[in-house]
Design a protein around this ligand. Structure first.
Ligand code: ACO
Length: 199
C-alpha cells in the first residue's frame, strides 16, 4: 500500500494501517522526508511507484483530499482499524478510513474517501456522501444523510432523519435538529446556520 499525505491525519491513518497488519511501502507528500513509524516518506507523488500498490489519500481537508484523489493513478483501498465495530450489513466505499473506536451500524452507507474519525458513530441507515469528514466523537443518529464534502466537527450530534448538504460545515459540539443547506455553516445547540460559504 501507499499513502498520499504525510501530515497529522496521515499519522493516524498510518497507525491504523499498521495495526491492521498492512504493508505500507511509502508515504508521498512534498512537505515531508525521512521516515514515519518506519515507513519511508518519499516526497512528491510518483505515479510509476509500484503500479499495483493500492493507495489511500490520508488528508483531513475534504477539498484538498478530493483534488489529490483526482490526481492519483493508483487504485484505492480502504482502512478499518481493528477496534472498529462495522456492521456486516453496512457498506464501505473505496478510499475511506474508519478510525480507532468508530462504530458503523447496520445498513449505513459510507461513500468514497470518507473519514470516520476517532470514536465517531454512524447509526443505522445513514447515508454518507463522498469526501465527508466526521471528526472525533461525532454522533449521527439513524437515517441521517450527509452530502458530499461536508465536514462535521468534533462531538457534534445530528438527530434522526436530518440532512446536511454538500460541502456544509457543522461546528464542534453542535446539535443539529434541522436540515443544513449546501455550503451552510451551522453551530451551537440547537444548531443555527450562521453563513453560507461560497462554492
Ligand atoms: C483529529 C481532529 O482534530 S479532526 C478536526 C476536528 N476539528 C473540529 O472539530 C473543528 C470544528 N470547527 C469549528 O467548530 C469552527 O469554529 C467552525 C468551522 C464551525 C467555524 O469556523 P469559522 O468559519 O472560522 O468561524 P468563526 O471562528 O469566525 O466563528 C463565527 C461565529 O461562530 C461562533 N462559533 C464558531 N464555532 C462554534 C462552535 N463550534 N460552537 C458554537 N459557536 C461557534 C463563533 O463564536 C463566532 O461567533 P460570533 O460571530 O458571535 O463572534
Amino acid at each position: 500500500m501507499i499513502l498520499q499525505g504525510g501530515g497529522e491525519h496521515a499519522r493516524v491513518v498510518l497507525d491504523c494501517l499498521l495495526a491492521q497488519g498492512a504493508t505500507v511501502l511509502a508515504l508521498f507528500d512534498p512537505k515531508y522526508s525521512g521516515t514515519l513509524f518506519g515507513v519511508p516518506q518519499r516526497g512528491a507523488y510518483d505515479r510509476s511507484f509500484h503500479p499495483n500498490a493500492l493507495a489511500l489519500v490520508a488528508i483531513g481537508d475534504n477539498g484538498v483530499r478530493k483534488r489529490v484523489v483526482q490526481n492519483t493513478v493508483h487504485g484505492f483501498t480502504s482502512a478499518v482499524h481493528p477496534s472498529v465495530i462495522f456492521s456486516p450489513f453496512a457498506e464501505l466505499g473505496a478510499g475511506s478510513m474508519i478510525l480507532h473506536g468508530a462504530i458503523v451500524q447496520a445498513q449505513a452507507r459510507i461513500g468514497n474517501h470518507v473519514i470516520v474519525n476517532t470514536g465517531a458513530r454512524v447509526d443505522h441507515d445513514c447515508v454518507i456522501g463522498d469526501y465527508v469528514h466526521l471528526a472525533p466523537g461525532v454522533i449521527l443518529c439513524g437515517t441521517v444523510q450527509i452530502g458530499e464534502g461536508a465536514f462535521i466537527g468534533a462531538g457534534a450530534t445530528i438527530i434522526p432523519g436530518k440532512k446536511v448538504g454538500a460541502w456544509a460545515t457543522v461546528g464542534a459540539g453542535a446539535v443539529v435538529i434541522e436540515d443544513v443547506p449546501d455550503y451552510g455553516v451551522a453551530v451551537g445547540n440547537p444548531a443555527r446556520v450562521i453563513k453560507i460559504n461560497k462554492p
